[in-house]
Design a binder for this molecule. Structure first.
Ligand SMILES: NC(=O)C1=CN([C@@H]2O[C@H](COP(=O)(O)OP(=O)(O)OC[C@H]3O[C@@H](n4cnc5c(N)ncnc54)[C@H](OP(=O)(O)O)[C@@H]3O)[C@@H](O)[C@H]2O)C=CC1
Ligand SMILES: O=C(O)CCC(=O)C(=O)O
Ligand SMILES: [Mg+2]
Length: 745
């Protein structure tokens, strides 16, 4: 990076956001250029990350750099300014599809070894594992999280409320979670005194010691927890819940986060599928093992593996699977038209988005007949799922939240340096044999934490470092001071980990002037009740939470308040001084890509990106003293407000304004704001010309955008599209393209 020229690094990711960026980057460049701001791009798509793992399999001209690692290094520099769009946190089925596409494009990367046996296969598997699940965010999020609905966005939602399903007191929807044997119940935690190096080991009944993780470095003041989920308890829980749902005639849905919790939750997911179809597994289990079936990757894995069997055998299995449905509850559907259930793939239903969507729809999900129905929402881990039960009860009593009057719930999330469960993937194990699972000091052999575990239990070590906790408390104090809203730390004294955190929060709060601030600490259940009671009175409350609730709450409240979390401002003030500006809280919206490919309409709303870019420019201006950057930021903020006021966001329907048309309006309003400002004459003149050009061609440009819609398009791939094809699809208005080009210096 050229230190002299202010630079923004723009990430290129996957699916809908990646497509939107194809259209938006030329806009950003046209504006940044005038202020001498450099805009670099960095491809961190899952396809790019896969290719960067296998340079030795590729000829020189097909190799790509490890952009993510480069960006990870940059997060440690104070001048760093990154715009981060949502990316795929790949499940195994997504990874397999991406590998297949790359191989078909002539990239001779190896197959993914589902059941690695040789050392070579294990090594390949290890490399692919780096591309699985939440692999990007933990690397870039070297700071805590600040997510909120900006004022203009909130006001827009109040004036133009999205639809909300009705809640009935008679709704049968409820949340089911484990009441024993899950991570919450057996957790042990401690704050480490002094720097230590520990290992994770399992001492089995026969006295053998198996070192599962030889070395984990800990610093003074870090909080560690050893926790496990009992396989036996989980299976009993599923059996009970499936029977209950069947007997009471309520639909069954499973809500996990197999993408972000990429080691533990696929296992939790897989057990549900095996319990549901237990007779079929009892009958064909051996064959399934031979075929390498792994339903941790969804029922789709089973179906694709039995494909190679002779037709009679295959039909027998399918018949046996169908028979299981006769005494099992109806399953919530992901796509009822195509018969795709909640068990099809672990990345189809992701708890942070799926629970709020259900609550927004009056507690309903789609059944096999395409109708919306009440559901038993199964969230096995009780640690955090109780908040959803509280909200379900609240809605049953008070009715649906009203977006026109409800308050807002911004979040300050503890996230930095792979905090808590988020960073536990390389310290999570499916216990191979019953025994004692110990965290042991390598220097002294002192056992710090110990757990009795059984075969199949999921055991993990989580760490939250001291410095991020201190930074989190400081961020919460800053946000409550800036916003005038009370802040509640959602910490449960009965959970050992959070009890340690409570002590630290109290300690670090004392470092700040908290005079006149309303700061409270409450367990999750009390905190959500308190927050919701305020919410329906139109009052705002900041939630300060750990990493998992950061994820859950920043979809939950925005989806109710704004209709989507895409309209959130999402900032990560990096601890080293730089800034990571994310877009909203939502994901990469695969179904939006489907609509684009079939009908050439992209309904993805880039609003979160506009908000992120404004803060990124503002930060650049503050840090470099570049007044032009500050002017660009202010103008963009106002332009975003105008975009909302004029309702120029993308429509969901083909033939109407979509993402691309909406970007045009943003550019028009942004240019107009710059033309009208009086702080920098040169900028004003420069953008007056663009504003005029864009303004006088409004009808032509909008027509060019709308005319392009309505038929299928080809972008030359899903995970690794052809750049030229994608650009041409995403930039169909020649008039707009030429206007932007003419604005470049
Ligand atoms: N920060 C990150 O990098 C994140 C990445 N992900 C990844 O995204 C993928 C899909 O995740 P999933 O949980 O299904 O959730 P998504 O948020 O992608 O999709 C859920 C729905 O939210 C709505 N939505 C989300 N963003 C926008 C937007 N900008 N404009 C308009 N509508 C939007 C859409 O609903 P509708 O059209 O019905 O309104 C969308 O279909 C996964 O691969 C996951 O790993 C997920 C979360 C965060
Ligand atoms: O990293 C991920 O997999 C998803 C992150 C996410 O959902 C969020 O940060 O809101
Ligand atoms: Mg999320």
């Amino acid at each position: 990076m050229n230190a002299k020229q202010p630079t923004i690094i723009y990430t290129l990711t996957d699916e809908a956001p990646m497509l939107a960026t194809h259209a938006f980057l030329p806009v950003v460049r046209a504006f940044a250029d005038a202020a001498d701001i450099k805009v670099e791009s960095s491809d961190i798509s899952v396809a790019n990350r896969i290719l960067s793992e296998f340079p030795d399999y590729l000829p020189e001209d097909k190799r790509v750099g490890d952009n993510l690692a480069e960006l990870g290094k940059l997060t440690q520099l104070p001048e760093t300014n990154i715009i981060k769009l949502p990316n795929i946190s790949a499940s195994v089925p997504q990874l397999l599809a991406a590998i297949k596409e790359l191989q078909e494009k002539g990239y001779e990367i190896p197959d993914f070894p589902g059941n690695p046996k040789t050392d070579e296969e294990k090594e390949i598997r290890d490399r692919y594992t780096k591309c699985l699940g939440s692999a990007v965010n933990p690397v870039l999020r070297e700071g805590n999280s600040d997510r909120r609905a900006p004022k203009a966005v909130k006001e827009y939602a109040r004036k133009h409320p999205h639809s909300m399903g009705k809640w009935s007191m008679a709704s049968r929807t409820h949340v089911a979670h484990m009441t024993t044997g899950d991570f919450y119940h057996g957790e042990k935690s401690m704050t480490v005194d002094g720097d230590r190096e520990v290992r994770m080991e399992l001492v089995t009944a026969d006295g053998e010691t198996h070192v599962l993780k030889p070395k984990v470095s800990l610093g003074d003041g870090d909080v560690i927890d050893s926790m496990f989920m009992s396989k036996k308890a989980l299976i009993e829980f599923y059996e009970e819940q499936m029977q209950d749902a069947y007997e009471t005639g309520v639909m069954f849905s499973l809500h996990v986060k197999a993408t972000m919790m990429r080691v533990s939750h696929p296992i939790v997911f897989g057990h549900a599928v095996r319990v549901f179809y237990k007779e079929a597994f009892a009958k064909h289990g051996e064959l399934f093992d031979e075929l390498g079936v792994n339903v941790n990757n969804g029922l789709s894995d089973l179906y694709s593996k039995i494909d190679s069997l002779p037709a009679t055998k295959r039909e027998e299995i399918i018949d046996d699977l169908h028979k299981c449905h006769e005494h099992r509850p109806e399953l919530a559907m992901v796509d009822s038209a195509r018969g795709i259930t909640n068990f099809h793939s672990p990345s189809d239903v992701i708890v942070d988005a799926s629970m709020p969507a259900m609550i927004r729809s009056g507690g309903k999900m789609y059944g096999a007949d395409g109708r919306q129905k009440d559901t038993k929402a199964v969230n096995p881990e009780s640690t955090f799922s109780r908040i959803y039960q509280e909200m379900v009860n609240f809605c049953k009593t008070n009715g649906a939240f009203d977006p026109t009057t409800m308050g807002t719930v911004p979040n300050v999330g503890l996230m930095a340096q792979k905090a808590e469960e988020y960073g536990s993937h390389d310290k999570t194990f499916e216990v191979p044999q019953a025994g004692v699972a110990n965290i042991v000091d390598n220097a002294t052999d002192e056992v710090l934490l110990t757990q009795d575990v059984e075969e199949g239990d999921i055991w993990r070590l989580c760490i939250v470092k001291d410095a991020p906790i201190r930074d989190w408390v400081a961020l919460a104090v800053r946000r409550t001071r800036e916003s005038g809203m009370p802040v509640v730390f959602w910490l449960d004294p009965y959970r050992p980990h959070e009890n340690e955190l409570i002590a630290k929060v109290r300690k670090y709060l004392a470092d700040h002037d908290t005079d006149g601030l309303d700061i409270q600490i409450m367990s999750q259940v009390r905190a959500i009740r308190y927050t919701m009671e305020r919410l329906i009175r139109g009052l705002d409350t900041i939630s300060a939470t750990g990493n998992i609730l950061r994820d859950y709450l920043t979809d939950l409240f925005p989806i109710l308040e704004l209709g989507t979390s895409a309209k959130m401002l999402s900032i990560v003030p990096l601890m080293a001084g730089g800034g990571l500006y994310e877009t909203g809280a939502g994901g990469s919206a695969p179904k939006h890509v489907k609509q684009l490919l079939e009908e050439n309409h992209l309904r993805w709303d880039s609003l979160g990106e506009y908000l992120a870019l404004a803060v990124s420019l503002e930060d650049l201006g503050t840090k470099t003293g570049d007044a032009k950057a500050t002017i660009l930021a202010k103008a963009l903020d106002s332009a975003t407000g105008t975009l909302l006021e004029n309702s120029k966001g993308p429509s969901r329907s083909t033939g109407e304004l979509d993402n691309r048309g909406s970007q045009y309006y943003l550019a028009l309003y942004w240019a107009r704001e710059l033309a009208e400002q009086t702080e920098d004459k040169g900028l004003a003149e420069h953008f007056a010309a663009l504003a005029e050009k864009l303004g006088e061609s409004e009808d032509v440009i909008v027509k060019e955008f709308n005319d392009a819609q309505g038929q299928a398009v080809d972008i030359g791939g899903y995970y690794y599209p052809d750049q030229e094809k994608a650009t041409s699809v995403m930039r169909p208005s020649q008039t707009f393209n030429e206007a932007l080009l003419s604005a470049r210096k």
